[in-house]
Design a protein around this ligand. Structure first.
Ligand SMILES: [Fe+2]
Ligand SMILES: [Fe+2]
Length: 245
């Protein structure tokens, strides 16, 4: 019998893993892995050219947030990490946010007008912030990290010019990211603790449950961005001694 403390390994299949924790289909979805597949992760990832170690580490974090502290994500190369972060943004925008909006739409048929007004406005603001947050990372931070990694490998003049021209913007964004994270932490803490206790859920409870799973995902995401990607980027910049040029 599988116990909660056991770790998922690359010899497990998506079918086994999603049966054990069905929320992990969110992770498989963004890598376009069929959650019902009986093949093991090693086999699937080799064929699709997915980094199986990173995927397995992410699955274990998803299963138990405590793993976030134990796993050394800094051992992964920048392009592999950025690929995960970019795929996740796309998935949040195309799947998770629309799903939350669907639940809110259903909610409007069930709850009182005042309540709907408050929650719908809250989500509108939340969505606006998060969409612009993803956009700046996709347009500024991720390209910067990838060019920096390339520069380290090939030392091309073109990449160096890009780094010099964009490092101020990238630094400002990394600084802002930390402050922003402190602000959303309180909401996240409350939502992470939420777990519905009835079998028959209202649309509001469904919405809260979806938000809770989403926050867990975002917590892992932000941890990799800040404590791994941004740290790695800063270390490289310092080692190149072009930080203050
Ligand atoms: Fe992000
Ligand atoms: Fe972020």
């Amino acid at each position: 019998m599988y116990k909660k403390d056991d770790m998922i390994s690359a010899s497990h299949s998506p079918k086994f893993i999603t049966k054990y924790n069905r929320n992990i289909y969110h992770l498989f979805n963004r890598y376009k892995i069929a959650p019902e597949s009986n093949k093991n992760l090693n086999e699937i990832c080799a064929k699709e050219e997915i980094n199986v170690d990173l995927l397995t580490d992410l699955i274990n974090c998803y299963n138990d947030l405590d793993f976030l502290k134990k796993i050394k994500f800094e051992n992964y190369r920048i392009p592999v990490l950025v690929d995960y972060l970019e795929k996740s943004h796309k998935y949040y925008l195309e799947k998770r946010i629309p799903e939350l909006e669907q639940s809110l739409l259903k909610l409007t048929h069930q709850e009182s007008f005042t309540f709907n007004y408050v929650i719908i406005n809250f989500f509108k603001e939340y969505k606006k912030d998060i969409v612009s947050h993803f956009k700046t990372e996709d347009e500024i931070l991720f390209p910067f990290c990838k060019v920096l990694y390339n520069y380290l490998q090939y030392k091309s003049q073109e990449d160096l010019i890009f780094i010099l021209e964009n490092q101020k913007k990238a630094f400002a964004l990394m600084e802002h990211h930390k402050q922003n994270k402190d602000e959303i932490d309180d909401l996240q803490k409350v939502l992470l603790k939420y777990s519905p206790n009835n079998k028959k859920l209202s649309y509001f409870e469904i919405f809260l449950n979806q938000m809770s799973i989403f926050q867990q995902d975002l917590k892992i995401h932000a941890e990799i961005e800040e404590n791994v990607l941004m740290k790695k980027t800063t270390i490289i910049l310092n080692s190149l001694e072009i930080k203050n040029v």
